[in-house]
Design a protein around this ligand. Structure first.
Ligand SMILES: [Zn+2]
Length: 122
């Protein structure tokens, strides 16, 4: 998937706004100005998306290797189930949702979505 110049410019702008809120605090998000979350967990933060993609990819690769090595054992099935649970955003720690679904998804700005919204084909 190729990205447009506008999308790159938005990503750079969002990273620059992220610099204004390096530590978590009670202030609204420095990127999107919404309350209830900080810039480190904002869906507009490209670093968070990259981080979650890396974790997801590495975990999926590990689970794939386990399925080939050990077969579909109860242990492997249990680990795959926990991974899917995490992906679906159902896993919570101290009331905080974990996994990619914890991201606050970007809202369209002036009718344009700053990031691609297509669902990847599997
Ligand atoms: Zn935000």
């Amino acid at each position: 998937m190729r990205y447009t110049k506008v999308q790159y410019e938005k990503a750079i702008e969002h990273l620059q706004l992220r610099l204004q809120q390096l530590e978590g605090d009670a202030l609204p998000c420095s990127i999107c100005t919404d309350g209830g979350h900080n810039a480190y967990e904002c869906g507009f933060n490209p670093l968070l998306a990259v981080h979650l993609c890396c974790i997801t990819g590495k975990t999926a690769e590990t689970l794939h290797d386990l399925v080939h090595k050990d077969g579909w054992t109860d242990e492997v099935q249990n680990r795959v189930h926990h991974f899917l649970y995490w992906l679906a955003g159902e896993q919570m720690v101290f009331g905080v949702q974990l996994g990619p679904r914890k991201m606050v998804l970007p809202h369209p700005v002036h009718g344009d979505h700053p990031y691609p919204t297509e669902t990847p084909k599997c």
